[in-house]
Design a protein around this ligand. Structure first.
Ligand code: BG6
Length: 487
């Protein structure tokens, strides 16, 4: 088992949703598995004035709720509490930074991680206070949660000010999709097997679909979401990162630099969608009241905290291409939305049809091969192929070869945040976004945002519990393609 060097992890926003729901449970699990080593402290900070006891009882309640009784034990908690320190620190009123400095005194030789699980509006102020109190040691790292900026200019402004305090190799920009076991498996599938590589190109692939459908709505985050929308919340980061892994050239190694260089090339090869092109190749939608799994749900405009005339999109579908030798001319269709029919994140590679069919096909038209990579909720790979239907006649029907990873490995899958936190503590940057990647992603997103801003029409309505506005199917329909929807 691999442990980590002695560390101080300073968690800003420790009473917030992300810390309570994801970060503390992830740290607790790694504590229980013995990977945090004997000298690893978690210094939880929050703006609210509360006692350490109050914080601990909130943290305990949250762990009890999120972990199984086998995971959360009295003994495990007693050990975990030994690592936890609580300090009230307010970025706007820097009184707590001195307490933090006292807590970190004489521990310069430890790995020091500042995890900013707070709204991005506080990133710069926190980093500047850390610098002013001389808390940024040679072994310090800073972890930044998305969204990093609202557009290219704000992303640059934040990055430059933080870059003046932390060197680029000490900045860990989190995109939790990169920490998902399933997303790691994409790399394994592509670069650990010879089978796909020769086919992974324009000569054999007709189109690629990347779809992340959610059933949840805005879940108490309406204030944030209404300012953000699906393009910034999901496409700018998660979907583009998936696209990078699917489309990139094989890196020379798994080193951060090698992987990030290849991803950057993909982002730079994306065809820009501007003005009319953006309007023609994107669809934005907003959900209306409907039902999810049989339960009625309100429309987006009726959600608490959403402006009654909001034009924020809760759904995006778009078509783009990559200008490079491997992919020129192949449509990449991206889709994501809230309150859709099912929760499913999938990548579909549709191969080209056979050039000439000699068979009689029973079910529907002859179907080209299709590789379905399921990321969540169930992880697996499915290859759709044509096979002979039993009987005397030579008739074909589609069948699928199924690989279910849960069945194959039968092992607890680490949450994305567990892996990413451990990578930060170990100093591994491969799964984090580099500054130039962030800029390239914003650079591509920005003209779409502009085109939408200038457009007269609002997002297209769709009923909650469906697959989004009809225009989304029409976007593919005009090229004789359709979204892969199984349920
Ligand atoms: C977050 C978005 O980054 O990802 C949320 O802000 C979204 O709006 C979430 O629901 C989806 O993550 P996951 O891991 O549940 O697919």
């Amino acid at each position: 088992m691999e442990t980590v060097e002695p560390f101080d992890l300073i968690l800003f926003g420790a009473t917030g949703d992300l810390s309570m729901r994801k970060l503390l449970p992830a740290l607790y699990r790694r504590h229980r598995s013995g990977q945090l080593g004997p000298d690893g402290r978690i210094i939880a900070t929050a703006r609210s004035q509360m006692s350490a006891e109050e914080f601990l009882s909130r943290a305990e309640a949250s762990l009890v709720e999120r972990l199984t009784p086998e995971e959360f034990t009295a003994e495990g908690w007693a050990g975990f509490v030994q690592r936890l320190v609580f300090i009230s620190v307010d970025a706007e009123a820097p009184r707590g930074f001195q307490d933090l400095a006292d807590c970190l005194a004489d521990r310069e030789d430890r790995v020091r991680v500042f995890y900013l699980a707070v709204a991005p509006g506080h990133f710069v102020a926190i980093c500047e206070h850390l610098a002013a109190h001389q808390l940024v040691s040679a072994r310090s790292r800073v972890v930044l949660e998305k969204p990093l900026g609202h557009d290219l200019a704000s992303a640059q402004a934040i990055s430059e000010r933080i870059g003046a305090i932390f060197p680029e190799e000490a900045i860990y920009r989190i995109d939790h999709y990169l920490g998902k076991e399933t997303v790691q498996n994409l790399m394994a599938l592509r670069f650990g097997n010879m089978l796909f590589e020769p086919l992974w190109r324009r000569d054999w692939v007709r189109d690629v679909q990347i779809s992340v459908a959610e059933q949840v709505g805005v879940d108490g985050r309406a204030g944030f979401y209404d300012r953000t929308g699906a393009l910034r919340d999901m496409v700018q980061n998660h979907l583009l990162q998936l696209l990078c892994i699917i489309a990139m050239e094989p890196p020379t190694s798994l080193e951060a630099g090698a992987v990030r260089d290849e991803k950057l090339k993909v982002l730079r090869a994306l065809t820009r969608l501007e003005g009319k092109d953006a309007m023609r190749n994107t669809v934005r939608g907003q959900y209306r009241a409907g039902a999810i799994a049989g339960q009625p749900v309100p429309g987006y405009l009726q959600e608490d905290g959403v402006a009654p005339d909001s034009r924020t999109e809760t759904f995006v579908a778009l078509r783009t291409e990559l200008s490079n030798w491997r992919w020129a001319g192949v449509p990449f269709y991206l889709r994501t939305g809230k309150r859709l029919q099912d929760r499913a994140a999938e990548i579909i590679i549709n191969f080209r049809d056979v050039p000439h069919s000699i068979f009689h096909v029973v079910y529907g038209a002859g179907q080209p091969n299709r590789l379905v990579i399921k990321l969540q909720p169930d992880e697996g790979v499915r290859m759709h192929m044509m096979a002979k239907s039993p009987g005397d006649r030579m008739e074909l029907r589609p069948v699928s070869l199924n690989l279910d990873f849960a069945e194959a490995f039968q092992q607890h899958q680490a949450d994305a945040y567990e892996r990413l936190l451990m990578d930060v503590l170990r100093g591994r940057l491969t799964l984090f976004m580099r500054r130039d990647e962030l800029y390239a992603a914003w650079n591509w997103i920005e003209p779409i945002l502009q085109a939408w801003d200038e457009a007269a029409d609002p997002p297209k309505p769709y009923v909650a519990g469906t697959w989004g506005p009809a225009a989304s199917s029409a976007l593919l329909g005009r090229e004789d393609a359709s979204w892969h929807e199984e349920s």
